[in-house]
Design a protein around this ligand. Structure first.
Ligand code: GLN
Ligand code: ZN
Length: 635
């Protein structure tokens, strides 16, 4: 089947069982702006120049949908909230006026989301030809209301995204009704449509089977199915049929959330507020710190290490599952994990890796593991959301002030350290990653929650240090994911995100080495923020990129931190040869000084099998030794 017929097919299928749907297509301009050119295409080539090639295909699909009986078609144009220059804006005008004749007789919704529109963009969008409706995210788009007040075209519909599609919180219906009534005054009753702020792909599906969450907490939540009820209730209320019982239940839930003692922890609030506007840095600069650490650690040049997790075997998963289900005693569980850790430690010693890890066998997920031990977090049974492709995650819900009742990792880390003379890395997830991979409370700014988590992780870092762990890795796999779409908002985010990270380790001794790991490799635009995290060693994903990307770290050399660009790809079962890895290290040495280079895979090994991990790490260590020998000769 020709790919684009699928959307027509799906429309017909729904219609055949009596459901009239609004087919949703990626709008033509965003489609091109968000595409990546194939390998080998010249950098100077503008994908937008293909617009006149794809518009005829759009016309064809629209015609087919129309023939199949569609009344409305939605074009998602998420790029409209980004910083667009006048040439790009012109492409929107051009594309929709080209489509205009085929759109005739249809209602066309152009949907925007995740932020407000720059005012020039707003002007362009509201003037688009052939478009009969425009959708706005009124949750994240804080300035959109002002734009609409400044003028909205008489003949168009306004889709008001007042229900947050990106979280799991019940809407404040009274506040939304106010907003809607204000909008009604501007666009008129018959032109106002109540909507979610974006697709419901980003929230959990239905609360119906969440029988582990208590009643109070549940009353504060709304998953996708409940959000639809909210949309419906608001639409009815706007048209004068307010469901008083529904609204007052909502009001009571909002009030209980505000006043519930489980949400507020005064001491935590005070400590987190005190952090704002201040700076937290280690006293000594990174160069000198690394020197002090090296005296203690006496590592070879090009030290080898891994990112943390070792293969999560079926037996391990079963073990954790049974322990959770109370099918085994704590003692039995601890012994089994202990055994796993000693196997992992032994293996790394046999492989002759320099800085060891305990392998994270006690963790199912790098965020959930910490969330389960922190207060202020709740967990769903079925709150799955798609992360990418066919992968799904079950983000924790942060509902209250975050604190750490007791040490979370010290037991396992010290146990692992006791099994070896080599340095054992303590392994933590950083505050920004915990934040970005959770459903975050919406009753206080994200940065306050981030600072609270940072303080909890800081306690853990200091406990690990006290327990004799001298290298601590604080993963910030998701730091970049939280970067706002608009340039004007990025510096603010990066500032508090990086500050949160620094808070976690600002108090450790000079001789304690802080690592961080990030799951991406293109640092061009945020390199200064990465340096400002002031970690001693940064490991990054680099195996699928070329060394050119590393050159941004060259400038950072003035700063002097260690860097471990992944030397092989853990996302593939392929086993890299020694030659291949040494070749990569050599290329990296063309860009980075040997003094600062670390040798490691590009992410954790949990998705791999031992039959892949053992030979791959064997080759990695052999490659590091080979280059060390070559460097020794050339000196
Ligand atoms: N320490 C984690 C692990 O190795 C890091 C995972 C990640 O970067 N996503 O599994
Ligand atoms: Zn990673």
């Amino acid at each position: 089947m020709v790919r684009h017929q699928l959307v027509v097919q799906e429309f017909k299928e729904a219609k055949s069982i009596g459901v009239d749907t609004v087919p949703v297509l990626v709008g033509p301009v965003s489609y091109l702006l968000l595409s990546k050119p194939a390998k080998g295409v010249k950098k100077s080539f503008s994908l937008l120049s293909l617009i006149d090639k794809i518009l005829p295909i759009y016309k064809e699909v629209v015609a087919e949908l129309k023939a199949a009986g569609a009344n409305w078609i939605q074009f998602d144009e998420p790029t409209l909230v980004m910083d667009l220059d006048s040439q790009r804006l012109h492409e929107f005008t051009h594309a929709y006026s080209e489509l205009e004749s085929s759109l005739f007789g249809l209602n066309i919704l152009v949907e925007t989301y995740f932020a407000d529109l720059p005012s020039e963009t707003y002007k362009t969008v509201t003037a688009l030809k052939g478009v009969t409706a425009i959708g706005f995210d009124l949750v994240r788009g804080s300035k959109t209301l002002d734009l609409i007040r400044g003028g909205f075209p008489l003949e168009k519909y306004l889709f008001a995204g007042v229900i947050d599609g990106r979280n799991i919180w019940a809407n404040n219906l009274a506040a939304s009704l106010n907003t809607l009534q204000a909008l009604e005054g501007i666009v008129g009753k018959d032109k106002l449509v109540v909507s979610t702020s974006c697709s419901l792909l980003h929230t959990a599906v239905d609360m119906v089977n969440e029988n582990k969450l208590d009643k109070e907490l549940k009353s504060w939540l709304a998953f996708a199915a409940q959000k639809l009820l909210e949309v419906n209730a608001l639409a009815k209320a706007v048209s004068g049929q307010k469901d008083e019982a529904f609204f007052s239940a909502n009001e009571a839930a909002q009030a209980s959330r505000k006043s519930s003692p489980r949400v507020t922890n005064k001491a935590v609030q005070k400590a987190a507020s005190a952090l704002k506007g201040s700076d937290h840095r280690r006293a000594m600069n990174v160069r000198n710190r690394l020197e002090a650490q090296q005296k203690k650690l006496t590592l070879p040049i090009l030290p080898t290490t891994t990112i943390g997790s070792f293969p999560q075997t079926l037996e391990l998963r079963k073990l954790r599952r049974e322990y959770k289900a109370n099918k085994m005693s704590e003692e039995e569980y601890v012994n089994a994990i202990k055994e796993e850790i000693s196997k992992i430690v032994k293996l790394q010693e046999e492989l002759d890796i320099d800085v060891l890890v305990h392998g994270e066998p006690e963790r199912n997920d790098m965020v959930e593991y910490f969330g389960e031990q922190l207060s202020g977090f709740a967990f769903t049974l079925n709150g799955w959301v798609q992360s990418y492709g066919s992968r799904c995650v079950k983000p924790p819900i942060i509902y209250g002030d975050v604190s750490r009742p007791k040490a979370m990792t010290v037991f396992w880390s010290t146990l692992a350290q006791s099994l070896t003379k080599r340095p054992m890395k303590g392994m933590l997830t950083g505050p920004v990653t915990i934040l970005n991979w959770s459903f975050v409370r919406n009753d206080q700014p994200r940065l306050e929650t981030s600072y609270q988590i940072a303080l909890a992780i800081k306690d853990e870092v200091e406990d690990l240090e006290r327990a004799g762990i001298s290298i601590i890795q604080i993963d910030e796999a998701a730091l970049r994911e939280g970067l706002p779409l608009r340039k004007s908002e990025q510096a603010f985010y990066l500032n508090w995100a990086v500050h949160s990270f620094r808070i976690t380790n600002c108090r450790v001794q000079d001789t304690t080495q802080i690592h961080t790991h990030m799951c991406y490799s293109n640092f061009n635009d945020i390199i200064h923020s990465i340096m400002d995290m002031d970690a001693d060693v940064v490991t990054i994903e680099n195996s699928r990129s070329d060394e050119k990307l590393l050159s941004v770290f060259h400038e950072g050399m003035k700063y002097g931190a260690g860097i471990g660009p992944g030397v092989y790809d853990i996302h593939s079962p392929r086993i890299p040869s020694t030659h291949e890895i040494s070749d990569r290290i050599n290329k990296m040495l063309g860009v980075l000084e040997s003094r600062i280079l670390w040798v490691n895979p590009d992410c954790g090994l949990k998705t791999r099998k031992y039959s892949e991990v053992k030979p791959a790490l064997t080759n990695m260590v052999a490659a590091a030794k080979l280059i060390r020998a070559q460097l020794a000769i050339s000196e």
